[in-house]
Design a binder for this molecule. Structure first.
Ligand code: GLV
Ligand code: MN
Ligand code: MN
Length: 402
């Protein structure tokens, strides 16, 4: 069998897929042609390594090396991106998993426990609004009956998008029965590793976070003839809410972001009738998150009262706090004297951990900390250090000497 492409070669293969010529960012939304192309790429990479890939009815994928009848170790991440996202968030974990298998083989290692490489779909929730949808469905955290009613921005039902991509959920979803441990390598999305001068780190916890849809309703009216004091303008209620959320989060060391907005009728010369804004909020504990969101909602409601508008808030995606198995993190951190750090970003690893699977995350340094942006970056040397670290972790977990 010819040698499989190394990490840098794989990275070059991935570079053009779903890339915007204008921004240089990525649009790899689930069940679109870019994502379908990535799914085929992953299957080819597995085949090149003599690994048979299983693709479930949603597009989640796994390939196992070794078929021993003992719990295995799964590693991997996701290939979808946020809108205009970076190259590393997700694909780094997948390409590193493939490259780590090559490293283990070059070292002459045969894992005593099976080693799987997996890819979960719609991790970002960029199309259907539910973060980590693939891993949620696989673990049963979300049911298909509920999920199939989700719609994307164009009103397409999830069930139709999946069918249009040639997939059929009635064929069944991946089974995690074989997964004894999950490890996800990911680009760091903050500056903790830079500040510590470390190329690689492990995760201790994920902050709880979620997405809430705020529908502000007012009265459409003429932009010229309606006196300012006669308006019921939902844009004002929204604007004050965005400022209040920012202030509240800054004062408490938490996070609150309105990054998405839809306006009806979206005309320049009319007071809008409806402003829909999505709040992404994160805090260090479940209670703190609930308080943060309740406080923003309360302030929005008060302002709506003054503006003569109305407010309805709907939780669209909520992920509770995740504490990764501390014994596992400490054992793996000792392999490289790696720091163990928290993250405010969500991951499939959090969903598998919440489902009771011992889980660890390996982070690779991001020199600027910028993420969910075309500017997201990791140096090639750090990516290769990540591959070696992942190989060490997998060797430890599959029972073979590192
Ligand atoms: C995923 O990256 C998230 O934290 O939103
Ligand atoms: Mn992300
Ligand atoms: Mn990610």
């Amino acid at each position: 069998m010819p040698a499989p492409p190394d990490f840098e070669h794989m990275w070059r293969q991935l570079a053009p897929v779903g890339r915007s010529a204008s921004s240089g960012g990525y649009f790899r939304q689930p069940w679109t042609s870019a994502e379908t192309e990535l799914r085929s790429w992953f299957a080819e990479q597995c085949a090149t390594r003599g690994l048979a890939v299983e693709t479930d009815g949603l597009g989640n994928q796994v390939a196992w090396w070794g078929d021993a009848d003992v719990p295995g170790v799964l590693t991997g991440s996701h290939l979808d991106s946020v809108l205009d996202g970076g190259a590393y968030d997700g694909p780094l974990g997948v390409a590193s998993a493939l490259a780590a298998v090559d490293v283990l083989r070059d070292r002459g290692v045969t894992p005593a426990r099976p080693l799987g490489i997996g890819v979960f779909v719609e991790e970002e929730g960029s199309r259907f609004g539910r973060a980590c949808l693939g891993s949620r469905l696989v673990t049963g955290a979300t049911t298909w009956d509920e999920a199939k009613e989700l719609r994307d921005r164009d009103g397409v039902f999830l069930a139709d998008a999946v069918a249009d991509a040639g997939l059929d959920p009635s064929r069944g979803l991946l089974s995690l029965d074989r997964v004894g441990t999950f490890v996800e390598l990911h680009v760091e999305q903050g500056r903790d590793l830079v500040d510590r001068g470390a190329a690689v780190g492990l995760a201790s916890e994920i902050w709880p976070h979620g997405r809430w849809r705020f529908d502000f309703r007012g009265q459409a009216n003429h932009a010229g003839t309606t006196r300012m004091e006669d308006r019921h303008d939902p844009m004002l209620t929204y604007a004050m809410t965005a400022l209040a959320a920012n202030k509240q989060a800054r004062l408490s060391g938490e996070r609150a972001t309105f990054g998405r907005l839809a306006v009806e009728p979206n005309g320049t010369n009319a007071v809008p009738s409806l402003v829909t804004a999505w709040l992404d909020a994160r805090a260090s504990s479940d209670d703190a998150l609930a308080e943060l969101v309740a406080s923003i909602e309360r302030q929005a409601g008060d302002r709506a009262g003054r503006d003569g508008t109305s407010l309805a808030v709907t939780a669209e995606s909520v992920s509770g706090s995740v504490a990764f198995d501390p014994g596992l993190a400490a054992r793996l951190a000792a392999l490289g004297d790696w720091p163990v750090i928290p993250t405010q970003a969500g991951h499939d690893a959090g969903i598998l951990s919440a489902a009771g699977i011992p889980t660890a995350m390996v982070f690779v340094r991001n020199p600027t900390g910028v993420s969910h942006s075309p500017d997201e970056h990791a140096e090639a040397g750090d990516c290769l250090a990540g591959v070696e670290a992942l190989a060490d972790v997998l060797a430890e977990l599959t029972g073979a000497p590192a």
